[in-house]
Design a protein around this ligand. Structure first.
Ligand code: URA
Length: 184
């Protein structure tokens, strides 16, 4: 049996950059995004470009300690050409690796940041606006869809009801659940 390709996108190229994860591998909270962008590809670390900076800001504001309380990764481990959206086939090829990564980190809570993560893990192709902020239990873990930070970059305002405000509320809810876990 052939092994699934960890890197479906750059397969065959000379030196594909794998961007695996960052944060605490023992964290009880995991955040999964889509795929590395240019900055992430250059540094080999997920969410370190503009959207990652916004994500970090929101986490700080929500009281989450990114280094110690969260493990951050992507569905796809290599940068898609021109930052295009990963194809359904690429998501399928990446899923077994992502599942292994989830099993290894073994988080109780998982934030699915954006449509690709939602599709890859819950099989839902649309509807992040309706599903965001709600926990869904699967295989002993609780998953919450949240907006992707690159979508949030399109809106500057953090007034009540804006995508950034809603994401802040979702991250605060994740922090609240983490604190409950610590009490038990
Ligand atoms: N967008 C993602 O989904 N992941 C990254 O690592 C960077 C941008």
């Amino acid at each position: 049996m052939t092994k699934p390709a960890l890197n479906p996108i750059n397969l065959g190229e000379q030196s594909p950059q794998l961007v695996v994860g960052r944060g605490n591998p023992n964290a009880r909270l995991m955040l999964i995004g889509e795929a590395p962008g240019a900055e992430e590809d250059a540094r080999g670390v997920p969410f370190v470009g503009r959207s990652g900076q916004l994500l970090s800001e929101l986490m700080v504001e929500a009281g989450l300690d990114e280094q110690n309380e969260v493990y951050i990764c992507n569905v796809i481990k290599c940068r898609p050409p021109n930052n295009r959206k990963p194809t359904a086939k690429e998501i399928d090829i990446s899923r077994p690796w992502l599942r292994q990564q989830i099993d290894l980190i073994d988080p109780t809570l998982v934030l699915l940041s954006g449509a690709t993560a939602l599709q890859a893990l819950l099989g839902v192709r649309s509807g992040i606006s309706k599903m965001r902020g709600q926990w869904q239990s699967h295989d002993g873990r609780d998953f919450m869809p949240v907006f992707h930070p690159s979508y949030l970059l399109r809106f500057r305002s953090r007034e009540a009801g804006t995508p950034q405000d809603l994401t802040l509320q979702d991250l605060r809810e994740a922090k609240r659940r983490l604190q409950l876990l610590e009490l038990n």
